[in-house]
Design a protein around this ligand. Structure first.
Ligand SMILES: [Zn+2]
Ligand SMILES: [Zn+2]
Length: 336
């Protein structure tokens, strides 16, 4: 436990009594200035965490709002005939803000005491080296992806689906802002996957800085918002890194209701066989692409396939809602 506890969280300047400021880089100096300016490390960490989340979430969602309003980008929309209206986007924003202030703000406020309890560095400068940060962030990506894969499938089981996860599935054609559009319990359950990796790492290795956790949360928010964007550009990450899920993978989950339960990577769905319908759908689209159809014919074909998957999705959702105790909770076993 760091000495902030013994200081009684009153005077941040005491924390830096032995720090050599001449050896710090620009961002480390800003970091120390923030803690010195706020004075109380609990409030400084809580406020920084909340602001980071809000700025990254809405900052990343804004480009997608502009893209949705620009017809030029329509050719890369995964469900080209389903553009969110400004009314839908505003309703979604209000719900997301409500859950940020009611669920996430109190949790984020507990972050500093929790971080210190597990021995995480917070106000300390200098930061760890990039060679230490990169593998830690990679571990958090892998851990969250696996946690999410199983927790998300559990949320597709009847009672949990009906009372919790159904809200997130309100949009069969999602958009960036809808990434955190979910029941407060879902925000809590799936948010655990994001935060548990750093906590476990800290418990076993005792060498984690909250700056690394902020990098991880920023990348995770980009991942979540981009995978809900509804666009697959030639320059999208999944077209360069084939194990990356991206929008092309998660959009199908919203459209067809089944398959593709993971967040960042494709390997869990492939290993456990929960991507068979998705791969069949992709194979049909690729065959249409190779068949030499005109752009108009291809667009018609794509909409027809999407409507087919959407109709099956509506049926699969009904099956999930009616499943109760004793029924399987995997999307694979129920609606294969
Ligand atoms: Zn789902
Ligand atoms: Zn989603």
């Amino acid at each position: 436990m760091s000495n902030t506890t013994t200081l009684g969280y009153h005077d941040a300047s005491v924390l830096y009594a032995t720090t050599d400021f001449s050896k710090l880089n620009w961002i480390e100096l800003q970091w120390a200035s923030w803690y010195l300016m706020i004075g109380n490390p609990v409030i400084a960490t809580g406020l920084a965490s909340f602001l980071l989340h809000e700025i990254v979430y809405f900052g990343r969602a804004i480009p997608w709002i502009i893209i949705d309003a620009t017809p030029y980008f329509r050719k890369w929309k995964l469900q080209p005939n389903k553009i969110p209206t400004p009314g839908e986007q505003w309703a979604c924003t209000k719900q997301v803000l409500f859950s940020h202030f009611t669920v996430e703000l109190p949790v984020i406020w507990l972050f500093h005491p929790m971080a210190e309890f597990f021995g995480m560095s917070t106000w300390q400068v200098p930061f760890p080296a990039w060679s230490a940060i990169a593998p830690q962030v990679f571990f958090f990506f892998v851990f969250e992806d696996m946690f999410h894969y199983f927790a998300h499938q559990a949320l597709h089981w009847g009672p949990l689906y009906k009372h919790i996860h159904k809200i997130h599935h309100q949009y069969p054609a999602p958009f960036g802002l809808a990434a955190e559009y979910a029941h407060p319990a879902e925000v809590f359950i799936l948010g655990t996957g994001t935060i548990l990796g750093p906590i476990l790492y800290c418990m076993f290795r005792h060498d984690l800085h909250i700056f690394t956790v902020y990098i991880w949360i920023t990348l995770r928010l980009f991942q979540a918002i981009d995978s809900h964007s509804g666009y697959d550009f030639p320059w999208s990450l999944q077209n360069w890194l084939p194990i990356w899920s991206g929008a092309e993978h998660h959009d199908f989950h919203h459209m067809a209701f089944v398959n593709n339960f993971s967040t960042s990577f494709r390997w869990c769905d492939r290993i456990f066989g929960t991507d068979t319908k998705y791969r069949a759908y992709r194979a049909r689209l690729n065959a249409a692409k190779k068949a030499g159809l005109s752009p108009e014919e291809y667009a018609r074909m794509e909409i027809k396939l999407n409507e087919e998957a959407g109709r099956e999705g509506v049926e699969a959702e009904k099956v999930a809602e009616n499943a109760g105790f004793g029924a399987g909770w995997s999307g694979k076993t129920k609606v294969a």
